[in-house]
Design a binder for this molecule. Structure first.
Ligand code: C2G
Length: 129
């Protein structure tokens, strides 16, 4: 069982996220998503439109996602990879190189980001109406 993990806020879930999750799942047999808590989003300087519970519900409705855990800080990735017996860590390539410290533990794969779609864009459109 090849287990994959990825991290993110996944606010206003959109096809860019879905394409990422699809490709992440295709890297193994089981996909864990570590979903940023509202408190961690504060640290990231992000304010999600939807609550952690609602964003979790979105993700559990996605066929590619097997499990959702909380992401509360930058440091937890090392322990998450060990605790969840993960073989592959993956993120969009806007993060390329940022998580190479995980290479001694697991494969680190950065996937091309989907252009021209973002939660920020969607939130801005919502606010404009
Ligand atoms: N993504 C993508 N294409 C987009 C938008 C996002 O491939 N058009 C990817 C991002 O690269 C990321 C994932 O979808 O891998 C989630 O994106 P965000 O919710 O914006 O997550 P982020 O704020 O990048 O949080 O510890 C890591 C952080 O929690 C990552």
């Amino acid at each position: 069982m090849r287990r994959v993990i990825t991290y993110g806020t996944f606010d206003t879930l959109h096809y860019g996220h879905i394409r990422l999750l699809k490709r992440a799942r295709e890297l193994g047999d089981y996909l864990i998503v570590a979903l940023s808590s509202d408190e961690f989003n504060e640290i990231k300087g992000k304010r999600a439109r939807f609550s952690w519970e609602d964003r979790k519900e979105d993700l559990l409705g996605v066929r590619y996602v097997d499990q959702v855990i909380r992401e509360d800080n930058w440091e937890q990735k090392v322990t998450d990879v060990a605790a969840h017996d993960v073989q592959v860590f993956t993120m969009g390539d806007d993060w390329a190189g940022k998580f190479d410290f995980l290479k001694p533990q697991c494969e680190v794969i950065y996937l091309p980001r989907t252009p021209d779609i973002s939660s920020t864009m969607i939130r801005t459109r919502i606010d404009a109406n």
